[in-house]
Design a protein around this ligand. Structure first.
Ligand code: SF4
Length: 349
């Protein structure tokens, strides 16, 4: 493994992390790992935490069979989740405004689609993106697979970032999803990248994967050039009626390790402590921040599962002395491959 950088020596941005190196990071004593991640974190970040708000704009009835997801039509009978029609643009923008007033700087919108279809629903999503950007917030959507002209239209609407998670390792992927391939995911991400839209891409732990799979997922993410601008790390929320309903809860220290390894291997990305946070203690979350998490989903629901409420989040942020990122604090498309510190763009709003 490459020598560990010292406080004076900035960790290089690398895309050639090997599985052996990543597995060796996972094997470090926890506090050594957290110390190393915190060292890298301070070289590239100033301690601000981004608050992102997530809204399901079209819930349920998805044709994919992701085994963790209550929105899949394949498990609707067992989960009892009712398919809803798409929310209208004014309602969504009203929610975005409320999220901004509560301190969120990024508004993420999820539609349970296998892939985008041209037509009124997609046109409405484009209006939502334009409206969120007009609020001076970052706009992120997750809509499934895309065609090139659809990625182009999203870019023209001003989309900041497209969420499309790899979910797990290429080796374990078939255990979790059968209706699309790993390569399908990578192809969509390439289309998004080609339009210069930011990429939000991460995964889920606690689905029955081995330690190797977590390392392999990190390797896939860190190979991306540049690294994803945001890397959500999720703990499985085992929803009743889904094939993974019986999985045991994820140990908070496993989340800490995953976040720390993501931080070390992708120094400039925002690492987002995502699903499963509501099951973590304040102390567990504090360790995740120490390991390099610098973004959280903020608000009541994560698509269809419960999330910490905003008041509890604000109390935690205050107690830990964390500084919420302000809008436009950093440009959405800063250079993820540069070794330079993130420039302070402005401190508007
Ligand atoms: S594609 Fe998204 S909405 Fe559809 S089943 Fe998978 S995770 Fe759920």
């Amino acid at each position: 493994m490459n020598a560990q950088p010292t406080f004076n020596e900035k960790a290089p941005i690398r895309h050639d992390w090997t599985l052996d190196e990543i597995e060796a990071l996972f094997a470090l004593p926890l506090l050594d790992l957290v110390h190393r991640a915190q060292t890298v974190h301070r070289q590239y970040h100033d301690g601000a935490i981004q608050l992102a708000s997530l809204l399901s704009i079209k819930t349920g009835g998805c044709a994919e069979d992701c085994h963790y997801c209550p929105q899949s039509a394949h498990f609707a009978k067992q989960t009892g989740l009712v398919k809803e029609t798409q929310l209208d643009v004014d309602y969504v923008l009203g929610r975005a405004k409320l999220a901004k007033e509560a301190g969120a700087t990024r508004f993420c919108m999820g539609a349970a689609w296998r892939s985008v279809r041209d037509g009124a629903e997609f046109d409405a999503v484009l209006d939502m993106v334009r409206g969120v950007r007009a609020l001076n917030m970052e706009a992120c959507v997750t809509l499934g697979m895309l065609q090139p002209h659809q990625a182009k239209r999203l870019a023209e609407a001003g989309l900041t970032s497209y969420n499309h998670n790899l979910d797990t390792s290429p080796e374990f992927y078939d255990e979790i999803i059968s209706t699309r391939t790993y390569q399908d995911r990578l192809d969509t991400l390439a289309l998004v990248r080609a339009e210069n839209i930011g990429i939000c891409c991460g995964g889920i732990i606690g689905m029955g994967e081995k330690q190797f799979d977590r390392a392999s997922l990190i390797r896939e993410l860190s190979k991306m050039t540049p690294h994803p601008d945001s890397v959500p790390i999720n703990a499985l929320v085992a929803v009743r009626g889904t094939p993974l309903e019986g999985r045991p809860p994820v140990d908070a220290f496993d989340m800490v390790r995953m976040i720390a390894v993501a931080r070390i291997t992708m120094p400039k990305s925002r690492v987002r402590l995502s699903a499963g946070r509501s099951e973590m203690s304040a102390e567990g979350q504090a360790l995740c921040f120490m390991a390099g998490a610098n973004s959280i989903f903020y608000g009541e629901k994560l698509l269809t599962t419960d999330n910490n409420d905003a008041l509890a989040d604000r109390e935690l942020i205050e107690k830990l002395g964390l500084r919420p990122e302000v809008i436009e604090e950093r440009s959405a498309h800063y250079d993820l491959d540069s070794n330079e510190q993130i420039a302070d763009v402005s401190a508007a709003n």
